[in-house]
Design a protein around this ligand. Structure first.
Ligand code: PMP
Length: 420
């Protein structure tokens, strides 16, 4: 394969210079070659030149928060669905028909959130993008009130809704939201889009408070529970279930890829809202349905997560234990009301270097979270301890962080290595 040197179209040159600029700004993304070890989770195998068969590392940055993706029954359900129905869905739901697995999973999710109906999408990203864009173009004059920290997938749907108006309210700031709702014309159709758990800061929305404002100003509510489903509430129905307010939210959106450990996205709502999106959302209609293996595995996972509260309890016990150990070792972390443990670093290069050194010197993998994902100066490691992290793994990680944060000047004091 030869290099295309003199490609005439300006887009070739654009890619070249844009990539250079991204590199210069330190925003170039590299992926760490890590293969998940289903039988030894949260251990992953890292591809290292010196070790042909790879090296095992402990992963602290998975979004498979409960480790459901490696639970044997979930894996078996995927295999059984492939054997019974084949590897792919064979087309869109309209063209290829709809398998009983898909409808069963939709019913399961609707019941989890106490809603009349559910609709599957190929990912959580697509569920947000397609649903919001479709809703906000459905009638003239929509105004969308969007939390400043909303995820890119919601922003994509909101921005893609041509003709609608967007009002951004300050993050989790109900006074600001109310002031902005009050300013809007009373007759305009309004929607409030927000998340329950914000994944980078680990903070939570006041769902009841936002729903009360929605009632007062006649808005509908769209809640992203992506980082909460499976983890909060008596059956893992999210923060809205935990707070007893799921019935006040019009549309609850979630993913099957994090707390449920598989893949895919969904919304749940009234039967007619779901039917409307099923009939009109381009991102639902014109794409091949999720494959049977994914739907079969997700169905088993959701049922298990609903019934087995011990998985949630274990995760929170592990999160608390990890926090205690960090505190005892003098490692700063942000205390959040959720399962997310951010360790502030405050500088992009240092953050990347610490992450790199954690991996190469200590076999611990924690992704650096840098600008533009978070604001400059708030760069951090985002750790998500789960039921599979043992005490020994925690001790190792705390020891590694303790040395590296001192050596890299994030916390004062000389490292153990320097004292020797
Ligand atoms: N919403 C939020 C808040 C997210 O963080 C993400 C992905 N990380 C998504 C939606 C998209 O979900 P999925 O990964 O299933 O596409």
């Amino acid at each position: 394969m030869g290099l295309i040197k003199n490609a005439r179209h300006p887009f070739y040159e654009h890619c070249h210079s844009a990539l250079n600029e991204i590199r210069q700004q330190g925003r170039y993304r590299t992926f760490t070659p890590l293969a998940r070890l289903a039988e030894r989770f949260p251990l992953y195998e890292e591809e290292v030149a010196a070790v042909p068969e790879g090296r095992e590392v402990v992963v602290w940055s998975t979004n498979d928060y409960l480790g459901m993706g490696v639970v044997p029954e979930v894996q078996e359900a995927a295999i059984a669905a492939i054997r019974e129905h084949g590897a792919g869905a064979g087309g869109t739901r309209n063209i290829a028909g709809t398998s009983p697995l898909h409808t069963q999973l939709e019913a399961e999710l609707a019941s989890l959130h106490g809603k009349e109906a559910g609709l599957l999408f190929v990912s959580g990203y697509v569920s947000n993008q397609a649903s919001l864009q479709t809703i906000l173009t459905s009638m003239p004059g929509w105004i969308c009130f969007s939390d400043r920290m909303n995820h890119a997938s919601m922003i994509a749907g909101i921005k893609g809704a041509r003709g609608s108006q967007t009002v951004i309210f300050e993050h989790n700031d109900l006074a600001d939201l109310e002031a902005k709702l009050a300013e809007a014309p009373a007759e305009a159709p309004k929607l409030i889009a927000f998340e329950s758990v914000y994944s980078m800061d680990g903070d939570m929305a006041d769902i009841a408070g936002i729903c009360a404002l929605a009632r007062k100003y006649n808005a509908i509510t769209y809640l992203d529970e992506v980082h909460a489903v499976g983890l909060y509430g008596e059956e893992g129905g999210g923060v809205s279930q935990r707070d007893g307010v799921a019935d006040q939210v019009d549309i609850i959106e979630g993913t099957l890829a994090k707390g449920f450990g598989v893949h895919g996205g969904y919304i749940t709502a009234s039967a007619e809202i779901v039917d409307f999106l099923r009939s009109t959302a381009s991102g639902f209609i014109f794409t091949t349905a999720l494959p049977p293996a994914v739907v079969g595995a997700a169905l088993t996972s959701v049922r298990k997560v609903r019934a087995e509260g011990w998985r949630r309890e274990k995760m929170f016990e592990r999160v608390n234990t990890f926090r205690q150990r960090l505190r005892a070792a003098g490692i700063p972390f942000t205390m959040t009301p959720s399962h997310i443990v951010p360790v502030p670093i405050g500088d992009a290069e240092t953050c990347k270097r610490i992450s790199r050194r954690l991996l190469t010197e200590y076999g611990q993998y924690a992704t650096p979270i840098n600008y533009p994902t978070v604001a400059k100066g708030t760069e951090r490691l985002r750790l998500t301890p789960g039921p599979f992290h043992t005490d020994e793994m925690m001790d190792e990680m705390v020891r590694a962080l303790s040395v590296l944060l001192r050596e890299e000047g994030v916390i004062p004091g000389r490292s153990a290595a320097e004292r020797q």
